[in-house]
Design a protein around this ligand. Sequence first.
Ligand SMILES: C[S@@+](CC[C@H](N)C(=O)[O-])C[C@H]1O[C@@H](n2cnc3c(N)ncnc32)[C@H](O)[C@@H]1O
Length: 524
Amino acid sequence: MEVIKGNQAPSPQGILSLSVITVAQNRTEHLLESAAAIARWNGHREHIILDWNSSPAILRGDLPDDPRIRLVRVEGEKQWWLTRAYNQAVKLSQEYWLLKVDADCVLENAFFEAFQPDRATLQTCWHHSGLASESNFGSWGLFCVERGAFQRCGGFNEWLFGWGFDDTDLYERLLELPDTSLALLPRCGIRVLLHGHQQRLGQQHPGWHRPLAGWLLEAQRQGNITMAALSRQAWVTLGPARFNETPSQPPAPPAHWRRIRRQRMLRSLLNQPLRAGVAGLSLIIPDALVGWLLRMVGVQDWPNPPLPPEGPAGVRSLGHRRYVGGHWNRIGQLQLNFLIQQGLKPQHTLLDIACGSLRLGRKAIPYLEVGNYIGIDKEQALLDAGLHHEIPAALVEARRPLLIQASDFGFERIGRRVDMAIANSLFTHLPPDLILLCLQRLRPWLAPGACLYATFFESTSEQCHPKDPHDHGYFAYTRAQMLDLGNQAGLNPYYIGDWGHPRGQRMVAFKQDLQHPASDHVPG
Ligand SMILES: C[S@@+](CC[C@H](N)C(=O)[O-])C[C@H]1O[C@@H](n2cnc3c(N)ncnc32)[C@H](O)[C@@H]1O
């Protein structure tokens, strides 16, 4: 993992390699006061302020006239999602130390005079460790951490959302890293601006929720505690990759985790006298009803951020490398190495299904003999970008790759059988009927004994998916489902599993029969 390291040594003026980070949704009033206090300090290099879709938007002109402030707005995010917002802000920052300051936390001179970032890997006002008390509630979210440690532990767990337990979960994971030291932040010069529970809940809640706000927050916190316990291990594996260059969506948490979280939230909403009798009952209430009840009282079960656009608009807004998932060099090389391990030789014909902007193509075209690389994709904009920006013209001329635009898996356009095929990160975006169609249409075009290697996100239980595919959606399948689709298509599937994909995609192979190479539609 790449870790950005700033300059650790203080400059002659004593300026630290430190990024202050703040995220806010509809806390502009507080932010103006807390940002002004930070701007008065000369000890940091930048202050990243991420506006999480506030309405109205935070304006740069409202903030102090300090060139170290970088205001970035995230649009389209309806719900408050602290963990995701802070991880994004960290990605935008540059320096060696990170000081997380919430919008409602005003740091005054006395704090900065006593503050020494390099005293420990992590400095907090953490209440669980006994380092803080109820009296400084509100500053519990203030911490300073070494950037490398923050990234190594995966940063904030984005499967926690809303309010509560996000910091505690982070501190616990940080402290599990080898060699993490912990110290207490100065306890002077911290002033927390008063605000009600209502503001903590974010913008989605009508006035009649006000008396319930404390309750609702507690329900969210209980849900997060549960989710943190369920997902800890998975996040430790997945999390560090979230700091690579591509801001991808975290995969959706498994359905059964969400169900357990919802049950826990519902139970915490039931008041004490009722709790004893009804807590057990809540466990047998149908899932959909639990979700509906929670939504009725304003507790969202799961944020549903909009996906980036597909097609040419998506390619324009994300760029052709990010559109296909980033990790440009790494995943391209990983694919070629894997195929060579499986026996790919320069004289073989390789079909790259959903080749995108030629992440694999740029590695495979020089390796293969003339005309042996065939790429097919539904997006002409990606094929064009790959061909014109990623492959030298002389190489295109010399190796003459065949690139086909098609979204219907019409492999007959290739006109010959292929010796090997790969579909990297395609089935991760398709519903099952399209996966089956792809396999069925491919079968006649695989030479005897040839294999399609395809990646997929593996889940332990069957998931409900939207019925339409989406290039930035997340579709996960059990191993049995994948093998079953292969069998239905008349191929011989076998599971390969982990092949080193940085986002944990697993590999499955679909092998053509040796004896009966094709179906009724044998190509001529
Ligand atoms: C995550 S990208 C992966 C691209 C490429 N395999 C790689 O590893 O760089 C998914 C690709 O699938 C393509 N795709 C999605 N549905 C398709 C379909 N029905 N036919 C062909 N390509 C499709 C998208 O256009 C996109 O390029």
